[in-house]
Design a protein around this ligand. Structure first.
Ligand SMILES: [Zn+2]
Ligand SMILES: [Zn+2]
Length: 146
């Protein structure tokens, strides 16, 4: 038998059995066993890449969405908002809520999960983050596990 992929002539034992014909002869694959292994591996790798890039694309979209969302947010503490400070604004889990992951991690999930996460958070400007951090450090506020 000649393999469809490597074009080498090999004993039929090198070709996986597909089924037994009614006449008793055996129908075999047209690709030899070593080639089948490489083909399925290649197939897997190609699909993995497609899967990965799909996920990456979604993540970029959600990051963009999060950035736009931040632009509309005001600092929970001082009410500051606007261009230039959005980058430094950060989410913090509300004291009444618990979250396993922080918001910046949720962009790896769906928009729904991201929105649910945002709803559990307050947003602070860089300045207030420092103040809140200090309050937590000095025991004025209870520390929050993210
Ligand atoms: Zn082959
Ligand atoms: Zn603030």
């Amino acid at each position: 038998m000649i393999c469809r992929v490597c074009k080498e002539s090999k004993d039929e034992e090198n070709f996986p059995r597909k089924k037994k014909r009614p006449d008793g002869s055996i129908l075999r694959a047209t690709i030899c066993k070593p080639c089948q292994r490489t083909v399925s591996k290649k197939h897997y790798n190609e699909n993995k890449e497609v899967y990965f890039s799909k996920n990456k694309k979604k993540e970029i979209e959600l990051k963009e969405f999060l950035k736009e969302h931040k632009e509309k947010c005001k600092c929970t503490r001082c009410g500051l908002s606007g261009e230039g400070i959005t980058e430094s604004m950060d989410f913090r889990t509300k004291e009444t809520e618990t979250m396993k992951r922080n918001v910046s991690y949720l962009v790896k999930h769906s928009k729904k999960i991201l929105l649910e996460g945002i709803a559990k958070c307050d947003i602070y400007c860089a300045n207030c983050q420092r103040i809140v951090d200090a309050e937590v450090k000095h025991g004025i506020k209870t520390p929050k596990k993210q």
